[in-house]
Write a protein that binds this ligand. Structure first.
Ligand code: ADP
Ligand code: MG
Length: 248
């Protein structure tokens, strides 16, 4: 589904990513770990299409990734910017406007009703049904991330990009979020890329875990070389998936 071939990303003289060669199948759950500043978010931005590659190729279903976000890709950041003056329901409905070119976020009549219906079903899927008419300041951190996930799912993406989405949450709430993300992944046949700084979380959630690291370092020019995928590991969840798929 996604192929990177000798992919490089520079910002001016700063090489952030280098020589990334990787293929991802539909339905994989990739977790990305690596030191702060090594280019994990940059990699997600390349997938999302808000940053462009410097060298090599990055393709989605054989086509170069569009240089702008498309409805096939949804993203959740650690701190998501929801509209503070809009309710949970209004925030999710508004997410449709961002995904459709030419649509400014204002819907009327039947399209509005349809959008609200879809929003409410997503809101209950992420467990926020009792909070549909609350405002962001009335939500806990975990509820806000649930809202962000509902927004990202609004355009029915095939690929979900999660950038340390649970980094700011308490451990107990994180466990609930893990269940939610795994359920959504399975139910919607999503391909997931999730950055985490928690190696245990990475192994627990992913079918495959990537370690980003710099194979070469010049102490006199720290920005001369970039990070690449130094380890590409199949996790036990991957074995579970393969086993259940091949079992009668
Ligand atoms: N728009 C940008 N312009 C210049 N440098 C950037 C830009 N975005 C990220 N960088 C640099 O690229 C490197 C990787 O950043 P990032 O992908 O955010 O790392 P990570 O997510 O792994 O912590 C950092 O050194 C960062 O300063
Ligand atoms: Mg980052």
């Amino acid at each position: 589904m996604i192929t990177a071939h000798n992919l490089w990303k520079h910002y001016g003289d700063h090489t952030v990513l280098e020589r990334i060669n990787v293929t991802v199948d539909e339905g994989e759950f990739i977790t990305l770990v690596g030191a702060s500043g090594c280019g994990k978010t940059t990699f997600l931005k390349l997938l999302l299409g808000v940053e462009s590659i410097s060298r090599g190729s990055l393709t989605l279903s054989g086509e170069p990734i569009a240089s702008e976000p498309g409805p096939d890709r949804g993203i959740v950041f650690q701190q998501y910017s929801v509209f503070p003056h809009m309710s949970v329901l209004e925030n999710v409905v508004a997410a449709i406007g961002f995904r459709q070119p030419g649509l400014t976020g204002f819907l009327f009549g039947q399209p509005k009703k349809d959008a609200e219906e879809l929003s409410l079903s997503l809101i209950s899927k992420v467990g926020l049904q009792a909070a549909a008419h609350k405002y962001p300041h009335e939500l806990s951190g975990g509820m806000r991330q649930r809202l962000a996930i509902a927004q990202a799912l609004m355009a029915k993406p095939k690929i979900l990009l999660l950038d340390e989405p649970f980094g700011a949450l308490d451990p107990g709430i994180r466990a609930d979020m893990h269940t939610l993300v795994l359920d959504l992944w399975r139910e919607n046949n999503l391909t997931v890329f999730m950055v985490t700084h928690d190696l245990k979380e990475g192994f627990h959630l992913g079918t495959r875990l990537w370690v980003f690291d710099k194979p070469r370092i010049d102490p006199h020019a720290p920005e001369a070389y970039g990070a690449t995928i130094t380890y590409d590991l199949s996790t036990s969840r991957n074995t579970d998936v393969a086993f259940s798929e091949t079992s009668p």
